[in-house]
Design a protein around this ligand. Structure first.
Ligand code: S3P
Length: 180
């Protein structure tokens, strides 16, 4: 039987994985990790520089390596990068690591939440809204593979966390999670 060791958050940029992930980790008394942070530490440079100097395929390979190492974790909330859902191998790694919940949001909400930020190379285009819609369309079937989805568009961080904690408790009871 699968063991629900960790809570893995997937979802598009700007759906709240980082802020919700940190708060959910506090609520569950878990540790928090962000795969983008691990990639930056391992590469010794920012995601922006990895994309610019090594290209997106190199970034995706680093991401796959980091996700592979998640299986060793227990009692962590893991925020992943928005594009990791596109590789089958990443899904195998995430499922081995725990419960996978997708955070979603309407394109307009994603646009508002990301428009003043510059650290996401994929949104540094003259028309970020068009890029958001295009990527969301393409990725929709990949996000749909998550165990659960929470639309964060009209929810506060606390409300999303409450739902995550509820999902975790339900899942844990069913699957026999470690560390109760
Ligand atoms: C990406 C999302 C980013 C980061 C990279 C690529 C994507 O993470 O991994 O810029 O392909 O959607 P966040 O979803 O945490 O912004």
């Amino acid at each position: 039987m699968a063991v629900a060791k960790n809570l893995i958050l997937v979802g598009f940029m700007g759906t709240g994985k980082t802020v919700v992930g940190r708060a959910a980790a506090r609520a569950l008394s878990f540790d928090y990790v962000d795969t983008d942070d691990i990639i930056e530490r391992r590469a010794g440079k920012s995601i922006t520089r990895i994309f610019a100097e090594d290209g997106e395929p190199r970034f995706r390979d680093l991401e796959t390596e980091v996700l592979r190492s998640l299986a060793a974790l227990e009692r962590h909330v893991v925020a992943t990068g928005g594009g990791c859902v596109q590789r089958d191998e990443n899904w195998q790694s995430m499922r081995r690591a725990g419960l996978v919940v997708c955070l979603s949001a309407r394109p307009e909400v994603i646009f508002e939440r990301t428009r003043r930020e510059t650290h996401r190379p994929l949104l540094q285009t003259p028309d970020p809204m068009a890029r958001i819609r295009e990527l969301l369309d393409y990725r929709e079937p990949f996000y749909a593979r998550a165990d659960y989805t929470i639309d964060t568009s009209d929810l506060t961080v606390e409300e999303v966390v409450a739902r995550l904690v509820h999902l975790w408790e339900t899942w844990k009871g069913r699957e026999g999670a470690t560390g109760s």
